[in-house]
Write a protein that binds this ligand. Sequence first.
Ligand SMILES: [Cu+2]
Length: 513
Amino acid sequence: MPFTPLSRRRLLDGSLATGATLLVGKQVAAQGHDHGGMSPTLGLVARPKLPIMDQPLVEPEVRRSANGVLQTSLRCAYAYRDVGGVRLYVRSYEGGSPGPTLRMKPGETLKIRLVNDLPPNRDTMPADMSHPHQFNNTNFHFHGAHASPSGIADNVMRSMAPGETYDIEIELPKDHTRGTYWYHPHHHGSADVQMASGMFGAIIVEGDFADIPEIANARERLLVLTQVAHDARGMIEDFGTTLFPETATRFLTVNGQRRPTIAMRPGEVQRWRILNTGYQDNMLLELEKHQLHAISYDGIQLGAVETMNTHLILPGQRADLLIHAGAPGTYELRALPYDQGHPSPVGPLARLVVAGEPMNMKLPTSLPKPPLETIKDSEITGRRKLVFSATAPEADAAGHWQEFGFFIDGKKFDPKRIDHRVKLGSVEEWTIENTHEHDDHVFHIHTNPFQITHLNGKPLATPQWRDTAPVERKGGSLTFRTRFLDYTGIFMLHCHMMNHEEMGMMQTVEVYK
Ligand SMILES: [Cu+2]
């Protein structure tokens, strides 16, 4: 049929046709049937029917370095996400959660252009900085990086305002430890809300265990464990009702999926890089009828495989575990009950489905010498003691969140105050004590990892390198040694339970020349 210009008649036909569609749509809707996608003009969002659970695990998009540089952009914006039968509308990196996985090597530079496309803040600055506020400010932290905390590097004192674009450049030294790291926002006031919304991603510093064939040949999986919290609208816009109460609505996901499936063959060995991004709570992991074989914690290689039946992972921590698949069957990866002062979240995380041709893979019998030298008594140049504490309303533990207070050395965070001055070249032994009756806390310090020597005053059989570690309630303690050799500047230490950090459980450290 030859082309003819639109006539009035045709327009009329068109409008009639649209009307008919609307009418049919209404009738179908009245009968209770799904009419998703049939009448887009009504402003309905077509909603694909997604199975709520048991879909194959999907790993985030990977962005790699080239010629010594990992150059990419990260856009912060609201996004819709359908997770486990809930439609969320929350802040995101690149429209999803987790954000892209960044893969780079020691000696390389991470260059990020961060575009803050969140809307303007609606509140002004509160009188107390340790009241959550201005949820659309952001910045960028490379958790676990041994890198400069200054300038446009791993500097969490930066403020990235909505509507603006910022450059970040983090150079890793050539001898940086290799393993599983991550990134997330760290702006005081908004970091908790943004992380609970799913703003985080993994950073893999490549090249560990390259000479151990049992590990190098194992298929790698990234499992980003998350506590998903939301209000009745699928949003997080209020700290006091959505994040702070221990009874707030929340569920667990892996890579933003509810109970995904992970396929293995009988006898296969896989390496699972597990990262706990939970904004508040611990998870006690168990894989039904399988042992967990740890080869690395917090991105730092262990000197020997640690085999266990369960593994406690705290917010911020990573554990690289080898899994040796047993007989065909379906096995649940789950979080078991754990008392951290309140019950930690419990439930299924994923399902391991073992099927197919058997494989004859083995676990490594030994691991290479770990990358960081044990800190000897003779190296210690100074000691410090820090006290984590909290106050709660006396009459009623379910009191309003503003009646609670979270402190280090009796003070709330003040970005203008330097809490610890450390001379470059120092090697120190610190003891962190927790006098809080109610909660265990999670100690994390930026820039330099530490070697735990004692927990609750008892020496560890093998001192353990970490960047995040527990401090148990009712007088529990964490003792570690750490070297301040490479970087000057101001960085943070804090509780990695983000509710506590946001309410003031954070301090500054300045390393000076
Ligand atoms: Cu805490």
